[in-house]
Design a protein around this ligand. Structure first.
Ligand code: IMP
Ligand code: MG
Length: 182
């Protein structure tokens, strides 16, 4: 699919494809956590806010929602591997069933940092749910629920940004290299 926005090269994942996949992930999560009192969903800001909102509303199992924010990138499309905690959870997660909800895995440093940090707080269980993962060399991280695999390009939309723009596009699109190599 092509778009009429000159900053975007092509739509990689359409709004309908996302909606369908979110529904099937929610069904799988509900099945897996069927016998659990409450699922503690941890959305990673800012990128995962739209995915988490849609996923949580599809989810037919008792759950609560909390957020963390980390920062790993500057305003450019490059990675440092350094992750900094910007906003922490409101509650301890000891003995809770925790599901990290993240927008994208690129190098894997962010999710790796989150897993290490949250595992140290002794949750009853800890799993990961990621909307998109790039096909590239990355840290060997287990993603329990994965929406889509995409090529190693910069994507925006459905929560994903470039320098805080394009987040609220309803689809996921490849950003034109001209935009981030300025
Ligand atoms: P990682 O630590 O390299 O796996 O990168 C993860 C974080 O980088 C994600 O949570 C995003 O915030 C950001 N990121 C990586 N690739 C993209 C992209 O293509 N578009 C938008 N954000 C991205
Ligand atoms: Mg993110």
């Amino acid at each position: 699919m092509v778009t009429n926005n000159p900053d975007l090269d092509r739509v990689l994942i359409s709004q309908a494809q996302i909606a369908e996949r979110v529904k099937s992930i929610a069904a799988q999560v509900a099945k897996d956590y069927d016998n659990v009192d409450n699922l503690y969903m941890v959305g990673i800001l800012k990128g995962a806010f739209i995915f988490l909102a849609d996923l949580a509303r599809e989810l037919q199992v008792s759950h609560s929602v909390d957020f963390m924010a980390v920062s790993s990138y500057g305003k450019t499309a490059t990675t440092s591997g350094e992750v900094r905690l910007v906003l922490d959870l409101r509650e301890p997660i000891i003995d809770k069933h925790v599901l990290i909800v993240e927008d994208i895995v690129d190098t894997g440093h962010t999710l790796n940092y989150l897993l290490k940090t949250l595992r140290g707080r002794q949750p009853k269980s800890l799993k990961t749910c990621v909307l998109v993962r790039k096909e590239r060399d990355s840290l060997d991280i287990n993603v329990d629920y994965l929406g889509f695999t995409i090529p190693d390009v910069w994507v925006v939309g459905y929560g994903l940004d470039y320098a805080d723009s394009y987040r609220t596009l309803p689809y996921i699109a490849e950003l034109n290299k001209r935009v981030y190599s300025k």
